[in-house]
Design a protein around this ligand. Structure first.
Ligand code: PLP
Length: 452
């Protein structure tokens, strides 16, 4: 019995005791190798002294000051640091707005887009398009934008009318490409064109924004779009004066081997949402970066963004974020992830021998494994097996943490796991992770063979 409202009241969770590097220990003395950085958060591993010191230093100076009354040095320095990392066209005149988590960042980004148009006198623009199979967060606005059927299902009656277009999901391309993933530019462009059709049908004068993850994370297991997709999206947004919001809560600040996930596609968004790895789990921290173009609309009007949270730009969180970014820069960790990407994905190839993986995809240290019952037809596993959960549970028994996801095909079907270790993971630790994952998947493959 407990007073704690667990995520699942029917499940027992081990009690965390301590963590160091890529290893977490529970109070029963069991060790876990963290192959998913929690939920793709602990990008620098656990127990980095420089970050704890920065947090303590800020606590000794001042723990809290409200953003209606003060600005902190940590907030100003972090804004400069993170804006300096944005692409050149975005950066000039850009500003950063800080909050505590990714859902708040998405809410803020959407409200910022709306305020941009209100400041410009284009009051009728209020539709934000997004994509099916995406994840943007759990609060109402962010969940309205989310396109994951299973996560939306219990709350659909509370959400905004869906304004979703298809994601460029290469493994299950609409052209019906056989085993493997489609790489046709034409397919990517035709999927991007769905956005144009949707804008025209809604009336461009009513549309304010389009939000998308550069590489879909939690709900589609690191699905990378074709190279032609985002350039075409940018063209469409420009044509109709629609703001393009990149949800980089998972992909931002190095996870995919580049500073931003959108860098892979050579496209500059108008607004960027960041979270998760920004303070690497040392404090709750997220951000919305507004490009110079967006900021200008506020500056040209009354300068007010009618929005805010009690914990906006919390000084301790900002100090943690600053220390985390400095640590990434000092140890060249983004470059390290890019360098190690090939060997990281090479290690996963052996897992295909289990016969239950239809697709291995991703970028940098962000890998998704999609499970299928039939490799030829891509038929997913039946719902009652819930294979992604089975894998995650079996992995824990082997002392390994992976990040499972399901229900992305129709609200029920579709299973994947993500492997997304801290950027600091050594080669030996990566070997150990894939060894344990191989053992886990072999065990699960034998089990499902017996029941399907
Ligand atoms: C792309 C993306 N956006 C938004 C969120 C929501 O972030 P949070 O859980 O911190 O509210 C997540 C979380 O997984 C995410 O991956």
């Amino acid at each position: 019995m407990s007073e704690f409202f667990f995520r699942n009241l029917k499940k027992t969770y081990p009690m965390v005791a301590s963590a160091n590097g890529v290893r977490i220990t529970d109070t029963d003395g069991r060790n876990y190798l963290d192959a998913c950085s929690g939920a793709v958060v602990a990008n620098l591993g656990h127990g980095v002294p420089e970050i704890s010191e920065a947090i303590n230093g800020q606590l000794r100076k001042v723990a809290f000051a409200h953003t209606t009354q003060f600005v902190s040095e940590a907030g100003l320095s972090l804004a400069k640091k993170v804006v300096d990392m944005t692409p050149p066209g975005f950066r000039k005149g850009a500003r950063a707005y800080f909050m505590s988590g990714g859902s708040e960042a998405v809410e803020t980004a959407i409200k910022m887009a709306r305020s941009y148009f209100v400041h410009r006198g284009e009051n009728q623009r209020s539709i934000c398009f997004s994509r099916w199979q995406s994840y943007h967060g759990s609060t109402f606005g962010a969940l309205s934008a989310t396109g994951h059927p299973a996560r939306r299902k219990p709350y659909v009656s509370l959400l905004r009318t869906p304004a979703h277009v298809s994601a460029d999901y290469r493994y299950r391309c609409k052209c019906g490409f056989g085993p493997g993933s489609c790489s046709s530019d034409e397919c990517s462009i035709s999927i991007a064109n769905e956005l144009e059709a949707a804008i025209i049908s809604a009336g461009p004068e009513n549309v304010m924004a389009f939000i998308a993850e550069p590489i879909v994370g939690a709900t589609l297991g690191a699905a990378v779009p074709g190279r032609a997709y985002f350039p075409r999206i940018r063209e469409i947004c420009d044509k109709y004066g629609v703001l393009f919001i990149a949800d980089e809560v998972m992909t931002g600040l190095g996870r995919t081997g580049t500073t931003f996930g959108m860098n892979h596609f050579g496209v500059e968004p108008d607004i960027i949402a960041l979270g998760k790895g920004m303070a690497a789990g040392y404090q709750p921290l997220a951000a919305v970066l507004a490009s110079g173009k967006v900021v200008k609309a506020f500056e040209d009007s009354n300068g007010i963004f009618e929005h805010g949270f009690t914990y906006s730009a919390h000084p301790v969180s900002c100090a943690a974020g600053l220390a985390a970014i400095e640590y990434v820069r000092k140890h060249n960790l983004i470059e390290r992830v890019a360098e190690k990407e090939f060997a990281f994905f090479k290690r996963a190839e052996k897992l295909l021998e289990t016969g239950i993986i239809g697709d291995i995809r991703g970028k940098g240290f962000m890998m998704g494994l999609e499970f299928v019952k039939n490799l030829e037809t891509k038929e997913p596993f039946p719902v009652d097996i819930r294979i992604s959960q089975l894998v995650a549970q079996e992995a824990m028994k082997h002392g390994l943490l992976v990040y499972p996801g399901s229900g992305f095909l129709d609200g029920e079907l579709g299973d994947h796991i993500m492997v997304a270790p801290p950027f600091t993971t050594s080669d030996e630790e990566l070997d150990e992770m894939f060894e344990l994952l191989g053992e886990t998947l072999n065990k699960v493959a034998q089990h499902v063979d017996g029941v399907t």
